[in-house]
Design a protein around this ligand. Structure first.
Ligand code: CA
Length: 713
């Protein structure tokens, strides 16, 4: 990168990367188009993936293979939430900006850790009900003296970077629908880009662009057709009519909105002047219920290339046509220059949930390669390079009957939101991959599907029946029989692993990989010119040699981190920062701990206060339960339909085995029906469950105590 260095480079960076460059002293320039365009050569970390192209590769070399053994804690800070922390902090001009669970924003002196300000958007606790996977926030964006954050309840807020005071706030979503925002905004050409999530519950995905100075909407692009068949007067109207509408057939998508939510990846490429957006899964999951099992359902599970000023469509590539399995393509998109077959190619790369690593021409979307980055993936045998379509294994398309399909990956994906990093020196992409099979089961009867707004609506197993007297005649009995048959069906024993894969996108194979036993306790990655890859595993932040994967440093942080580390330099010192916090919809098995920001440097001598021991409440004593008048069979169906998505042992939400509430009829009714714990996130379910339903669920809980509450649907 030597010839390109020199423009916006600071003296500190020049020293760190071993160049003798005469340059101006450090001064705070506004974070504008030009500064973001030159972020590659900066010692700051100015946007979610460090640069617009999001390679998460830092040119800093002070922390390298030879020096990393001296890496120690420089400072740390603790947050006021014990939910999952997924954010990549940003650093600019000596200040770290980060977001935490519940979309709170914090600013710290990046040298000392002194807190400069914090901002709490006061997201209502009940918003948690609309999340698939905890109350996460993956980060903020910077532009012209402001910090931008998307909030869990769908707002986009501009904050003064000096004070944390709100400059403007807009509601980007329909509050009557279960939309959420967990992704980081990005700013390109003065427009703040923000997506949304909620496809499991039932929403219509779109990406929006707002003017950074005023908060006025510039354009919006919908990922699925308008369910009423009307124009949206949006940037997507033309291409939906031309390409997408004919790929959808009458079905439940007209109620749910079809999904396609772009909840993570929004990437800008300076060279082609294109914006790349990754889109989510179908809603409901079940293609048969959603769209009669017919059609590709554009633009689900796709990479879309749009013009940044207008949102105008340029090209798309659909990774999983007719998605049936929650195979989102919202995962990280990365812009890179590769030498393929002796020719320089400007490409985008993605490792979406479906387990294939895609390399596409950035300007045209031409598919250059698609290979399994996860050899355990078995839902498809390959991708047909002529059609660009996956070759599905027969039997994976469960539908409108009791057929099930055990396959890999499941809805967790072979790769999910955890960021990957690309080291252009070794040519390797470091993918935090996942090996987790899943048994998908269809629905007993498509006619039984009832869209319950605000809760999960998958159209699989019992995820379609309704309580509160809304179920179709006989639907509860059909669902109970179906669930009982599913529970008896033999399932292959599967081992779940997290695997760090060092993928060579030119050779189209893994150069090395490391498997870890705990699926949940591993994080996103960072690559540096110091020849290192950083990743957290369990409680440990680890440095690995990029070339071999050999571990060269490890530091016990006292609790798990799932977020990607980042790095920056100030006054000739390189720092490494990472968010600590267990959660993100899945449990590492560790107790919940307050989130922390951990910042490292060479010869750092700080010591974080050890986390106090956590004692779990005792198991509830079922012998003390008040006898129930409810029907446990109905209760089991309704528990699976409305409760299990949060209250199962693999989730971070309260373990019902340890709750005394189900032992008492009145207490259970107060919480589940009347919403006594709504501020903590446990909303009233009176909309979905009448008092008989609530008591039936209690009967089921008493019956299964102290057996496992694990349910598969
Ligand atoms: Ca999903």
């Amino acid at each position: 990168m030597g010839s390109r260095v020199g423009r916006a480079i600071s003296t500190g960076l020049a020293v760190l990367i071993g160049l003798s460059v005469q340059s101006a002293p450090i001064f705070a320039q506004p974070i504008d188009q030009s500064r973001l365009a030159n972020a590659e050569n900066s010692s700051d970390w100015l946007t979610y993936g460090r640069t617009w192209g999001e390679q998460r590769f830092s040119p800093l070399t002070q922390i390298g293979t030879a020096s990393v053994s001296r890496l120690g804690l420089a400072w740390w800070a603790e947050f006021d939430t014990d939910h999952g922390q997924e954010a990549t902090p940003l650093e600019a001009d000596g200040v770290i900006y980060t977001s935490t669970a519940w979309s709170k924003v914090f600013a710290f002196d990046a040298r000392t850790g002194r807190q400069l300000w914090s901002f709490d958007p006061q997201v209502p606790g009940v918003t948690q009900l609309a999340t698939c996977c905890d109350v996460n926030s993956r980060g903020v964006a910077l532009w012209m003296g402001r910090v931008y954050v998307g909030t869990l309840d769908g707002r986009l807020i501009a904050l003064d970077a000096k004070t944390g005071r709100s400059a403007w706030a807009v509601q980007t979503t329909d509050r009557a629908r279960p939309y959420t925002i967990t992704g980081a905004p990005r700013v390109v050409k003065g427009l703040v880009l923000i997506g949304n999530g909620g496809a499991e519950l039932g929403v219509r995905g779109y990406v929006s662009a707002y003017h950074a100075d005023t908060g006025k909407l510039a354009w919006r692009f919908y990922m699925t057709p308008n369910p009423q068949g009307k124009p949206d007067h949006a940037a997507s109207d033309k291409v939906l009519a031309a390409k997408a509408n004919a790929t959808w057939f009458d079905g439940a998508w007209k109620q749910t909105g079809g999904g396609g939510t772009p909840w993570d990846s929004i990437v800008y490429d300076i060279k082609t002047d294109l914006l790349f957006v990754g889109t989510g899964n179908g809603s409901p999951w079940n293609h048969t219920i959603r769209s009669q099992g017919r059609g590709d359902n554009l633009f689900l599970s796709s990479i879309l290339a749009l013009k940044p000023e207008t949102g105008e469509y340029v090209w798309h590539y659909q990774t999983t046509p007719g998605d049936n399995w929650d195979y989102t393509a919202t995962q990280q998109i990365m812009v890179a220059d590769l030498n393929i077959g002796g020719k320089p190619r400007h490409v985008v790369m993605q490792a979406p949930k479906n387990g294939f690593f895609y390399v596409l021409d950035a300007a045209t979307g031409e598919l250059l390669s698609a290979d399994k980055f996860a050899p355990w993936v078995n839902w498809a045998t390959g991708v047909d390079m002529k059609t660009g379509r996956p070759t599905e294994r027969p039997g994976v398309r469960y539908g409108n009957d009791a057929k099930s399909s055990t396959q890999n990956p499941g809805p967790l994906g072979a790769h999910n939101w955890k960021p990957m990093a690309f080291d252009p020196k070794t040519g390797l992409v470091f993918i935090p991959a996942q090996d987790a099979s899943f048994t998908y089961a269809g629905a007993p009867n498509a006619q039984d599907f009832r869209y319950s707004i605000g809760v999960w609506n998958l159209g699989t197993g019992v995820q379609g029946v309704a309580g509160n007297g809304q179920a179709a005649p006989g639907a509860i009995a059909r669902a109970a029989a179906f669930a009982a048959a599913q529970a008896k069906a033999p399932r292959p024993a599967t081992k779940e692993r997290a695997v760090l894969v060092a993928w060579d996108p030119v050779a189209r194979k893994a150069r090395w990989s490391i498997a870890r036993d705990n699926l949940w306790a591993s994080s996103g990655t960072l690559a540096t010119a110091g020849g290192l890859v950083f990743q957290s595993v369990g409680h440990d932040l680890k440095a690995l040699a990029a070339v071999t994967g050999k571990e060269v440093w490890s530091y016990d942080m006292g609790a798990p981190s799932i977020a990607a580390p980042m790095t920056y330099a100030l006054d000739g010192i390189q720092y490494l920062a990472v968010m600590l916090g267990n959660g993100g919809g899945t449990s590492t098995g560790d107790p919940r701990r307050p989130g922390r920001l951990m910042v490292f440097r060479l010869d750092g001598k700080a010591k974080a206060t050890p986390f106090p021991p956590v004692s779990e409440p005792p198991l509830a004593d079922v012998r003390k339960a008040e006898a129930s008048t409810g029907d446990p069979v109905t209760g089991g169906v309704l528990f699976r339909r409305y409760c299990a998505v949060c209250h199962s042992p693999t989730r971070v939400n309260p373990d019902l085995h340890r709750s005394q509430v189900p032992l008492s009829r009145d207490q259970f009714r107060a919480v589940v029906h009347d919403g006594a714990l709504r501020d903590g996130g446990m909303a009233s379910f009176a909309k979905y469950l009448d008092l008989n339903d609530v008591e039936a669920i209690r009967a089921f809980l008493i019956q299964v105590y102290p057996k496992s509450l694990t349910t598969r649907n």
